[in-house]
Each structure stands twice: as structure tokens, then as C-alpha cells.
Design a protein around this ligand. Structure first.
Ligand SMILES: NC(=O)c1ccc[n+]([C@@H]2O[C@H](COP(=O)([O-])OP(=O)(O)OC[C@H]3O[C@@H](n4cnc5c(N)ncnc54)[C@H](O)[C@@H]3O)[C@@H](O)[C@H]2O)c1
Length: 440
């Protein structure tokens, strides 16, 4: 491991293609343009591309609009529908395409395979293809075989950004990992990001691929661990907030990813934990610990539903308000969102569910994941006439609501705080019953 030196950051401007203008490709392209490279972003989805060409940003990510605007104004950021056309003059090509969960739990590599086949004939000699998507062990070899060009290198450089803070994470990553058989090529990829002082780990492709899965599995396990501890705190009458604070002060543990909640979700942890179980099995090891983490997370969703039932009684007769549908605050991403999962489990009980999220409007109501959920225009609308409101996304907006007004329009003044973001004393002062996670 070595920090990038300033000499390394002074690398020449390169021509870089980013394939896939999603939650990873967009910040990556913006940061590469900020570093002075000429970036061409290939996006095959016509609606995403149209927005980009019109100067808009197709996803919600704080700071991304300014970053992309800066790249455009500097003339260093272009957009193109075809990856085949985009790569022609590029020295580096980053594959940032989806790797969804396949039917058997393993990662579905069809987007990676298709992108590799698409660009292969069009790559210039000496080009370096970088797998930035989260891909299982052996995918550098797979892409190398598909590209089938002795004059092109393929390396792995997994992405660790977090949605909601993706721009800051990409501008100042904790580390840059590159898996490359040729160390010089690996350092060239790391140097593109030119972040002085950032730790760089150049390792084998297999190790780089494992680092990403191990990191996500560890974080998911940490969250499930504290969710289980919260359940024990509830039974014991202990306070999870003080417990987490005290635990986090131990630098061996650290306070991040130690807050209990409604279960983990999002576009990465669910599929990546399943994929690691699958990779492990293929390699002859039963990763029972990780399987237990996944099962624990499933129970956590039901644990929140049980909390609602404990407050309202018969769910099939109840109207429930949901505050938050995005999988976390500061993103519009609802892929495998715990909030949506819990809302759907409530719908399945026969409960009437009405929800508000700042990133979801009436025009989204037809989305398949929102079937059966009434979408409200604001948090008050979601609370109106309900027997309980459940906080499922930690949007700061929910801390600023007029609780007296909320109480007046509810049928029963009850709040279930699935994110532990509200102040229980304040909520009770306004006459509500308060149910948190791991605290009373
Ligand atoms: N979202 C995250 O927080 C995050 C973090 C780290 C790693 N990852 C990984 O990064 C990868 C991408 O994730 P994402 O969230 O950015 O996905 P995404 O679905 O938001 O974006 C992927 C984009 O790629 C486009 N695309 C697919 N094939 C293409 C092709 N051949 N040519 C041009 N465009 C193409 C799609 O239209 C889509 O817009 C996944 O492997 C994911 O696991 C995601």
C-alpha cells in the first residue's frame, strides 16, 4: 500500500470513457473531468442520456449537478449513446454497468459481458479496460476473454462510494484499490484520480474483486449485529443510543455503520451479500455466518412490522403512514429499499398504507415497487387519518415537522421511529406514543 504522491498526481491528461451513467458512472465521470481528463460518458438509456444532453442530472445525488456542470463548462465532459463509439480514442474505459442479482443469488454479469463484447473491436491499441462494477472473482479473466485482444489490458478497480455522499467520496476516497497483473498499469489507473495522499492498494485482480465483496459483507454484518443487539436492548430495557456511543468510542470498533434501523438495503448490500454466499459456495465453502446475517436482516423488516402491529392492533383494519421510501436519505434510489419492503409487508397484511418521500411524487405511483401504496404530497398527508406513522428513511425534513399539526390529523397519536432520528422526549411531550429501535 502506498499513498499517491504529488508527482504521481501530475500525470498527463488522458482520454477516458465511462460506460454507464448511473450512481457510480456519473460521479466517477465528474471526478475524472475535475482531475483534468477528457471524459466521454456512454449511456444507452435514452431518457437518462436525454437529460444529460439537456444539462440535467438524471439521479438525485448532492453536489453532482455542480460537478457535472463544471466538467461540461470546461469542455471536458461529453455524452454519447453508444459505448462502441465512445471508446474509440480512449486510453482508459471504466465499466460502470449494473451487476444485478441473478435468479440463483449469483451476480448477473450479462451487462458486463455485453459491454465488453460491444467495445472490443473499437478499443485502440494499448487501451486499459477497468471493471468498476461490483463483480465476482474471475471477472477480469472473463472480460479479458471476451475482449480477446493482446494489445488491451483489463484490470479491476472496485468502487466504494456511498449514495448520498458519492461526490465527496469520489473526490476523497478512503482508498483506491486496483487489481492488475501489471503493477505499472495498476498505478496508471490509480493516478487518473490524482488524489494526493490517498492510500492506493495495487493487488491481484482476484484480491481486488474479493476486497469489494468482503467490505460490503462486513458492513452488512455490522448493521445486522447492532440490529440484533437493539432487539436485546428492547427486551432488557437498555438504551441502544448510549450503547452505540460507548461501543463506537472503541477505535477497534468505530461508530460508523453502528446505528440500528429497519434493516439494510439499497442497490448493493442485498445483492452483494447473496453473491458472496454464492461465490463462497462455488469455491467449496459454506459462508454460514453471512447467510445468518442475511436472514437476520429479513427478520428485522418483520420486527418493524411487529412494532406497528403492537401499536395499532389488527393491521388489516389499520391505516398506516410511512415517512420515507428511499433506501437512505439524500438519494432517490429505492432499489431494495427497506422502507419499500416494510411498506409492502404492511400492504400484504391488508393495512391501508399511505406514504411520503421527498423524492417520490404522484407520477411515480405507478412504479411496480409502489403498488398498493398511496403516495402523498407531503408528510402531513401521509399522517392524516392514520393509527401510526412509521419513520423509515432518515430525511432531515422529518425533524422539522409541526408535531402538534401531525397529532391533530392522526387517528391515534403514535410514532414508530424505525431510524431513531426523533427525540423520544420531544415526541412524547407532544402527546404521542413513541417506539424506537432498541430504546424506549
Ligand atoms: N450504487 C452504488 O452505491 C454502488 C456503489 C459501489 C459499486 N456499485 C456497483 O457499480 C455498478 C453500477 O451500479 P449503479 O448503481 O451505478 O447502476 P445504475 O443502474 O445506476 O447505472 C448503470 C447504467 O449503465 C447503463 N448501461 C448498461 N449497459 C450499458 C452499455 N452497454 N452502454 C452504455 N450504458 C450502459 C444503464 O443504462 C444504467 O444507466 C454495479 O455493479 C454496482 O454494484 C454501486
Amino acid at each position: 500500500m502506498s499513498p499517491l504522491s504529488d508527482a504521481m498526481t501530475a500525470s498527463a491528461r488522458r482520454k477516458v470513457c465511462v460506460v454507464g451513467a448511473g450512481y457510480v458512472g456519473l460521479p466517477s465521470a465528474g471526478v475524472l473531468a475535475r482531475r483534468g481528463h477528457e471524459v466521454i460518458l456512454a449511456e444507452r438509456d435514452p431518457s437518462r442520456l436525454a437529460k444529460l444532453l439537456a444539462g440535467e442530472v438524471p439521479i438525485l445525488e448532492p453536489g453532482l449537478d455542480q460537478l457535472l456542470a463544471e466538467g461540461r463548462e470546461a469542455g471536458r465532459l461529453q455524452f454519447e449513446a453508444s459505448a462502441a463509439k465512445a471508446v474509440v480514442e480512449c486510453d482508459f474505459v471504466f465499466l460502470c454497468v449494473p451487476t444485478p442479482q441473478g435468479d440463483d443469488g449469483s451476480a448477473d454479469l450479462s451487462f458486463i459481458e455485453a459491454a465488453a463484447a460491444e467495445i472490443s473491436p473499437h478499443l485502440r491499441a494499448g487501451a486499459v479496460v477497468v471493471n468498476k462494477s461490483t463483480v465476482p472473482v474471475g471477472t477480469v479473466d472473463l472480460v479479458t476473454r471476451i475482449i480477446n485482444r493482446s494489445d488491451v489490458s483489463v484490470v479491476s478497480s472496485p468502487e466504494f462510494l456511498r449514495e448520498g455522499t458519492a461526490v465527496a467520496d469520489s473526490l476523497a476516497p478512503d482508498r483506491i484499490v486496483v487489481g492488475a497483473d501489471n503493477r505499472r498499469v495498476g498505478m496508471e489507473v490509480a493516478e487518473l484520480f490524482g488524489t494526493s495522499g490517498t492510500q492506493v492498494v495495487v493487488t491481484t485482480p482476484t484480491t481486488a474483486e474479493m476486497i469489494k465483496y468482503a467490505s460490503n459483507a462486513f458492513l452488512a454484518a455490522k448493521l445486522s449485529f447492532i440490529n440484533e443487539i437493539a432487539t436485546i436492548c428492547e427486551a432488557a430495557g437498555a438504551d441502544i443510543k448510549d450503547l452505540v456511543w460507548a461501543m463506537g468510542l472503541d477505535h477497534r470498533i468505530g461508530g460508523e455503520f453502528l446505528n440500528p434501523g429497519p434493516g439494510w438495503g439499497g442497490s448493493c448490500f442485498p445483492k452483494d451479500t447473496q453473491a458472496l454466499v454464492s461465490i463462497s459456495k462455488d469455491l467449496g465453502h459454506d459462508f454460514d455466518l453471512l447467510t445468518a446475517v442475511i436472514e437476520s436482516n429479513e427478520r428485522q423488516f418483520d420486527h418493524i412490522v411487529d412494532k406497528v402491529a403492537a401499536v395499532v392492533g389488527d393491521l388489516s383494519e389499520a391505516t398506516i403512514g410511512i415517512w420515507g421510501l428511499a433506501f437512505k436519505a439524500n438519494t432517490d434510489d429505492r432499489r431494495s429499499s427497506p422502507a419499500v419492503t416494510i411498506a409492502q409487508r404492511l400492504v400484504a397484511t391488508g393495512a391501508r398504507v399511505q406514504a411520503f418521500d421527498p423524492t417520490v411524487s404522484a407520477k411515480d405511483a405507478a412504479a411496480p415497487d409502489l403498488a398498493g401504496i398511496e403516495i402523498c404530497a407531503d408528510a402531513y398527508g401521509a399522517a392524516a387519518g392514520t393509527g401510526a406513522v412509521v419513520v423509515l428513511t432518515e430525511w432531515p425534513d422529518f425533524l422539522l415537522l409541526d408535531l402538534d399539526k401531525v397529532g391533530e390529523i392522526m387517528e391515534r397519536k403514535a410514532i414508530i421511529d424505525g431510524r431513531n432520528v426523533l427525540d423520544p422526549a420531544l415526541v412524547r411531550l407532544h402527546g404521542f406514543s413513541y417506539t424506537g429501535v432498541g430504546r424506549s
